[in-house]
Design a protein around this ligand. Sequence first.
Ligand code: CP
Ligand code: NVA
Length: 308
Amino acid sequence: MPHFLDLKDFSKAQLRAILAEAARRKAARATLSKGEPDKDQPLKGKAIALVFERPSTRTRFSFEMGIRQLGGEVFSISGAEMQLGRGETIADTARVVSRYVDGVMIRAKSHDTILEFASAASIPVVNGLTNLTHPCQVMADVQTLEEKKGELSKLRVAWVGDGNNVCASWIEAIGVMGGSLKIGCPAELPPKPEFLAWAKAQKADVQVMASPQEAVAGADCVITDAWLSMHDPDEEKARRHALLSPYQVNDALMAKAAKDALFMHCLPAHRNEEVTDSVFDGPHSVVFDEAENRVHAQKAILLSCFAK
Ligand code: CP
Ligand code: NVA
């Protein structure tokens, strides 16, 4: 099945084709209002379900609007409303759902859920965030970065803060498409070793370091994310804040990056924790372009699933 589970599952040519389609579709909508359909309707007659085991603003809005613009039917359901929590297996759920809809996007608490679902499904499955990765987000991020700075393979990206799920998809993006990634994170919160081992096997230019200043030095783009992700227990909050406060993206840190560096954040942001208002609202920030590009990137992702 042509699923969209993780960026490492794709070739550079495949990801570049998705990004090109995302840019083409975005340009073609320049004069349309958000509710107007695209000129073509490639998802006409197709129904796609969005399943959320965790809350969402961007993922839900962007998938719903994108699918409608492509002419598809869409509805959202929370995992708690399904029989999943009451003992029906993930594989049986996937087989049943495959009889009703043509595709499904899942935001899952556990990455294993989405892998198990995808292996039993006979329809395309798209990863809308798990505890381990967030590939749709990073495709929108790469689209945003390339709009302003040119091709990723020539760029220096800095990740500052928690080595979390979004960071993991960034490692995979760099491993597949090229470019360099410096990750500045506390020794206690690095990316999971399997992502770093995979990057090493690809000979990707991915480095992990403790110093946020070193990570951002000369970077074309500085990225951060929340200090506590949805899968992190609340009891970890105090410890994480103590470990991560030296990694706050503020004016002093941005000044170490290239003069015209971008600031990116997948959102939701916790203002004046991982990023100061001055950076978030300042001239380097492209966070709302990133949010918008979720629509365009995900339309291209869905079309790639249905094209095969
Ligand atoms: N960035 C992102 O995925 O946002 P939501 O959690 O609001 O969907
Ligand atoms: N790392 C964050 C991303 C939210 C879109 C989380 O998993 O909560």
